[in-house]
Design a protein around this ligand. Structure first.
Ligand code: FES
Length: 154
């Protein structure tokens, strides 16, 4: 395209694509305003949701729900698929490390930062994350007994 437009511009000939590809066609100030608005919205959403789903014990997680639980300073995403079994995944999104959030409508872990989604067992559904979350399945009654093993696995 440049090979067609530039010679015409040099020879001062009309070219139907010259206006379309004109370097000054981008309105940087307008684009900058939109970028700044999106950036601020993303940042405020991130901090608003940051610690909203953290619970102290697995008893606070009802069947079909997922919450973030902290073990010795590390966060884990725990979902309960029935009364007996828990699925644990690391709570840090594999894209850039934001804390994931349970989506009760889809039964998935979603990242509020850039929209990655993971199954209950940590498999990537949607990017930009391209690697799965580490997963650990355990009976609810054995959660306290295996905390150290969970921490080492995730
Ligand atoms: S940090 Fe999760 S999608 Fe980017």
């Amino acid at each position: 395209m440049a090979g067609s437009i530039i010679p015409d511009l040099i020879n001062e000939k009309p070219n139907e694509f010259a206006e379309l590809y004109k370097p000054s066609r981008c309105k940087l100030l307008k684009a900058g305003k939109v970028f700044l608005e999106e950036f601020i919205k993303g940042l405020t959403d991130y901090y608003k949701n940051k610690d909203s789903d953290i619970v102290d014990s697995i008893e606070m997680i009802a069947p079909g729900e997922g919450k973030i639980i902290e073990i010795d300073g590390s966060k884990y995403a725990v979902s309960r698929n029935n009364y007996e079994w828990l699925d644990l995944v690391s709570a840090e999104c594999t894209h850039l490390g934001c804390t994931i959030k349970w989506n009760r409508d889809e039964n998935s872990w979603d990242c509020p930062c850039h929209g990655s989604r993971f199954t209950q067992t940590g498999i990537v559904i949607n990017g930009p994350a391209n690697s799965n979350l580490n997963h650990y399945k355990i009976k609810a009654t054995e959660f306290d007994k295996y905390k150290t093993q969970i921490k080492e696995t995730l």
